[in-house]
Ligand binder design. Structure first.
Ligand SMILES: [Zn+2]
Length: 88
């Protein structure tokens, strides 16, 4: 994992003001029956010692998971050079 950002602010989790780290962590999940690994982003609350995805992070993490899935199964997100017809 790595620290993307460190910012002192009102922590949305414990509601106190303290440095909140934005962390990128390697995550493994099962999506549509396929095991995918991707980098997810979380805020870390050192007061409660807990990780939380807040706001945009939730949808961002979801998109990262879907992108990892598409990569795993060979789907291309862009139309460029995609196979004409995938039967089955
Ligand atoms: Zn906190």
């Amino acid at each position: 994992m790595r620290i993307l950002k460190m910012e002192t602010k009102d922590c949305p989790h414990c509601t106190r003001q303290h440095p909140v780290a934005t962390m990128a962590v390697e995550e493994t999940n099962i999506y549509k029956g396929v095991k995918v690994s991707y980098e997810a982003v979380y805020e870390y609350c050192g007061v409660a010692d807990e990780w939380h995805a807040v706001g945009d992070m939730i949808s961002q993490n979801y998109r990262s998971m879907v992108a990892a899935y598409q990569k795993a199964v060979g789907e291309t997100a862009s139309a460029d050079g995609s196979p004409a017809d995938a039967s089955g």
